[in-house]
Design a protein around this ligand. Structure first.
Ligand SMILES: [Zn+2]
Length: 111
């Protein structure tokens, strides 16, 4: 009588104590490639300049006395100049969110 072959499973246990986690796959995917840029002194300086020029008024909807988010009119990932004053606009939170959504939608649905 022939002996049935024994299948060996290729699985083995791995101790989670001795294996290092792969450095955040999800974190790496979600991290902005321009993170260093937004921490730079040059960006902080131009951002402050735009905020001062806006005097707490949204440059899109004219909402007064609001927190100003300095936005790249042409976004960096679309080739916009990072520190060019003419590529920057001061927006309220609502307008900044809408503008970001509009840009993302345009990217997703090219003409
Ligand atoms: Zn606004």
């Amino acid at each position: 009588m022939a002996r049935l072959p024994v299948m060996r499973l290729g699985l083995r246990t791995v101790s989670t104590r001795s294996v290092k986690a792969v450095r955040g796959d999800a974190a790496a995917r979600s991290a902005k490639p321009t993170l260093d840029f937004y921490g730079s002194a040059a960006w902080k300086a131009i951002r402050l300049q735009v905020q001062r020029e806006c005097k707490r008024t949204c440059q899109r909807c004219r909402k007064p006395d609001t927190r100003i988010y300095v936005d790249h009119i042409v976004e960096l990932r679309d080739g916009g100049a990072p520190l060019e004053r003419s590529n920057l606009i001061g927006l309220c939170a609502s307008c900044h969110g809408k503008k970001t959504a509009e840009v993302r939608q345009m990217r997703a649905e090219p003409c």
